[in-house]
Structure formats: C-alpha cells, structure tokens
Design a protein around this ligand. Structure first.
Ligand SMILES: *Cc1c(COP(=O)(O)O)cnc(C)c1O
Length: 461
C-alpha cells in the first residue's frame, strides 16, 4: 500500500471450466424488464449478462472442491465428511462442538429456539433479515446497538461494524441482564454494507457481556472477510495471519451461526458451533427435528466435504486479497468517475447512492428500484434495490417506511467474474450516470403482503 509505483495484481487462479454468457439485445432487455415489472428479482437468469444480485451460494468452487464432491460419504449417520468438517471448524473457528445445518438460517433458527424466551431482548450490531426474524419468532425483540457512523454513507470510519458500548450498556441497564440471552454480533455487517467490526471493540463487548453473565453469539458468515480487514487496518494486527485473527475473533464469543454460502465458497451449507456442552446437547437434539440427523443437518455428505475444503481455501490471504481487491477495484473506478457510492467500500458489495444519483426523483418514485432497472436495461447487469421498497410498510399506519438510505447493491460472487467484467460494470454505471437527468420514476402496480421487494411490480411514470 505504500508502493508509489503502480503494480498490478491478478486473480490467484486460472480458469479450467467456463460457463458461456449471453448478452441479449437492448430491445430484448427492455421487453424482459417490462415483463419483470421493473423488478430485477423477477428477471430470468438467462436474460442477465453479469449477475450481481447476491453473493449467496453463487460462488465458483475450485477443482479441489469439485473433487471433494466425489468423496461424499452418503451414509445416513456418521459420515466421514462430517468428521472432516468438524475437524476444520475446530481448527479454524476454534469452537468445540459442530451442528451442521442446510444454510445459515437453519442455524439461526436452532440457536434462537434454544436461547430466547418470550419477552427477551437481543442487542446486536445492526439487524440481518433472517437473523432478526428468527429472534422474533422465538419471542425476542432485536435492539440495534451499532455505532451511529454505520448509518452515515459518507462517514469513513474504518470499523463501521463496531458496537456502541454506551448503547449496549444502556440496553443492559434498562432491561436487566436476565432478559438478555446473548449479544448478537455480526462480522462483517452485511446490512451496513459489509463493514467490519474491530477486534478491540469485540473484546470490549465480550468483557461487558461477561461482567453481566450474558453470552455473545457471532454471525460468522463473513468473519474471514472481517479478519482480513483487521489484519489490514487495525493497528497491531498487521503481522498476524488471518487464521490467527479469526481464532481470536471467535474466542471472544460463545457460539456462532454460519452461512457457508458466503465466506466458504460453496453453493449450499451452514452450521452452528459452540463451546458450551449443555447448549450443544439441546441444539443437537433440535437439529434432528428441523434439519436432519446431527451428523448431516440437511446436507449431503459431499456438501460437507466441499465446505471443509472451502474453509482452507477461504482463509488463504491471496484469495481474500483478490476477493476484497475486486470490490475495491470497482469502487475506486466508480469514485474516480464521480459516481456517488457508500464509503468505505465494504467486503462484498458496492452500494450506489440512488438519492444522489437521481436527485430529481422523490422517494415515492422509487429511485433505487428505477436505477437497478436502468442498469439492467443499459447493459444486462443485475443488481438489487435496498431502499423504500425493501423497507416495506409500517405495521400500524400502513404507510411506507421511509428509510434514510436509498441504495442499489452490486454484490460480487466469489471467483466468478474477471477484471474485464468489472471494467464493463464501471463503464455501464457511468453511462447511466451520464443520462441520469432523463431517467424518470416508477409507480408500484402490484404489492405483495410480505417482503414486497421480492415480487412487487412497477411501471414507469
Ligand atoms: C446470508 C446471511 C445469513 C443467512 O444465511 P442463509 O444461508 O441465506 O440462510 C445470515 N447472516 C448474514 C450476515 C448473511 O449474509
């Protein structure tokens, strides 16, 4: 980083198998967009050129992972692949016990059921959709205790995922420790834009929670990305390995939930891990009811093998450098062109600031929804809205929730696209920016009752 001469870097892999991409014509894209009601979730994948809808389960597996699939031991009980995965989770995450689940929300469901009683309060560093929903379904209430900077798109705080210790102490003070089963800590924070939590902050969270006998549960879905940020920008950690930092991150917590579809470079999988024997006993009993026997948890043996191999590949610093480097490459390209984006650029995605991009539109005209649609029309690139449509309606008044942020998320699957795709992406956004004044708003013509952003339909005003 202190180099004054520019030295290029490249992806630490070469390509052995390819999947052809097809770019349909602008007329066809316009037709596809109208048929999808201007909602990128309703597009067919075949009509998409570069798909940045999500990084969940969309990663490219390595030759070793594909070879691992052939080593699947599909025994109902005691699969060899389970023991391989258990050994890797112990080695890299450091928890004593492993309960595999089909994906992250399966683990969230189990831990919420075991630890949360009706009336409980769960403080955390910004909510995640499925995490919060499972906490609520178990009778709990989530309280956001992330630092204020996380809500500010222009704050360049290096650890926007940090917990505000004053807010956390106030929640403990006002509800009492008996009402707080655990503090829910995410690393990196997805909804804040992939922003990391610092090790110093997590240590303080642990100390405060311990003092009151409260557990800490980590959402480890993106913890390896977080470890990379700590190594790079938290003083005193520059010389440590990512593996060493990951172990310390986890050691500050009592348990973790994991969606392996992110960090771990697979297409499906997840787990719950913990140190406490009694907690393990209960979770191991419940997993049989909801996921499958405790040595497969809803996964095939081969899926567990691919995850076990994915752990070792993801903890490799060259991999992570390229993964986060790719997101930062696009972020820099957009910043250089004067495009308004959320800074600092996070681990997994770039967020376009639709309010600043289309300042002539009111929030009722769905600027982020329109911008995502417009980017698809321009170049076949698929992104998603994170604004008023995603925020839904107020339960009491029935009115739209008006979130502060009106964003379009460009999310990067791991090892899938090359730097040339990134250049096409930057050029496409710049092209839409150039003709932004001619872009009008949308009206919603169909609105489903739940999670409307998935299926709502729109028409141009
Ligand atoms: C994706 C995700 C989850 C949920 O995991 P699924 O595998 O989609 O069920 C939980 N937390 C974070 C931070 C995530 O990114």
């Amino acid at each position: 980083m202190t180099d004054t001469k520019k030295r290029s870097w490249a992806e630490p892999f070469k390509i052995k198998m390819v999947e052809p991409l097809r770019m349909i014509s602008r007329e066809q894209r316009a037709k596809a967009l109208a048929e999808a009601g201007y909602n990128t979730f309703l597009l067919r994948s075949d009509d998409v050129y570069i798909d940045l809808l999500t990084d969940s389960g969309t990663n490219a597996m390595s030759d070793r992972q594909w070879a691992g699939l052939m080593l699947g031991d599909e025994a109902y009980a005691g699969s060899r692949n389970f023991y391989n995965l258990e050994a890797k989770v112990r080695q890299y995450y450091g928890y004593k016990h492993l309960v595999p689940t089909h994906q992250g929300r399966g683990a969230e469901h189990l831990i919420s059921r075991v630890l949360i009683k009706p009336g409980d309060v769960i403080p955390g560093n910004m909510y995640f959709t499925t995490t919060r929903l499972h906490q609520e379904l178990a009778g709990g209430t989530f309280v956001d205790v992330i630092i204020d900077e996380a809500h500010d798109t222009t704050s360049t705080h290096p650890f926007k995922g940090d917990v505000d210790l004053g807010k956390l102490a106030a929640v403990i003070e006002s509800h009492g420790a008996v009402k707080i089963p655990y503090v829910s800590v995410a690393a990196t924070v997805n909804m804040a834009g992939g922003q990391p939590i610092s090790l110093a902050n997590l240590r303080q969270v642990r100390d405060l929670a311990r003092k009151h006998g409260i557990k800490v549960v980590l959402d480890a879905t993106r913890a390896m990305e977080n470890a990379y940020f700590i190594k790079r920008q938290e003083k005193g950690n520059e010389r440590r390995t990512m593996a060493d930092i990951l172990l310390e991150l986890c050691s500050c917590t009592d348990a973790c939930t994991m969606s392996a579809k992110k960090d771990l470079l697979v297409n499906i999988g997840g787990f719950l891990a913990m140190n406490d024997d009694a907690l393990f006993e209960e979770a191991r009993n419940l997993v049989v009811v909801f996921e499958g026997l405790h040595t497969y948890g809803g996964l095939a043996g081969r899926d567990m093998e691919a995850m076990a191999i994915g752990i070792e590949e993801a903890i490799d610093e060259e991999h992570m450098k390229a993964r986060i480097g790719q997101v930062e490459y696009v972020g820099q390209g957009l910043l250089d062109a004067g495009i308004p984006i959320v800074v600092p650029v996070g681990g997994h995605a770039i967020f376009l600031d639709a309010r600043k991009f289309l300042p002539h539109l009111t929030q009722d005209e769905f600027p982020a929804q329109r911008l995502a649609a417009e980017l698809y029309l321009e170049s076949g690139i698929r992104s998603m809205e994170r604004g008023i449509v995603s925020a839904g309606r107020n339960k009491e008044t029935g009115k739209h929730n008006y979130p502060k942020l009106e964003l379009v998320r460009l999310t990067f699957p791991r090892r899938v696209y090359t730097q040339a795709h990134c250049d096409v992406l930057v050029e496409s956004v710049v092209e839409v920016f150039r003709r932004r004044e001619k872009i009008g708003g949308l009206k919603m013509v169909y609105e489903p009752k739940y999670l409307r952003f998935f299926q709502a339909r729109f028409e141009p005003l």
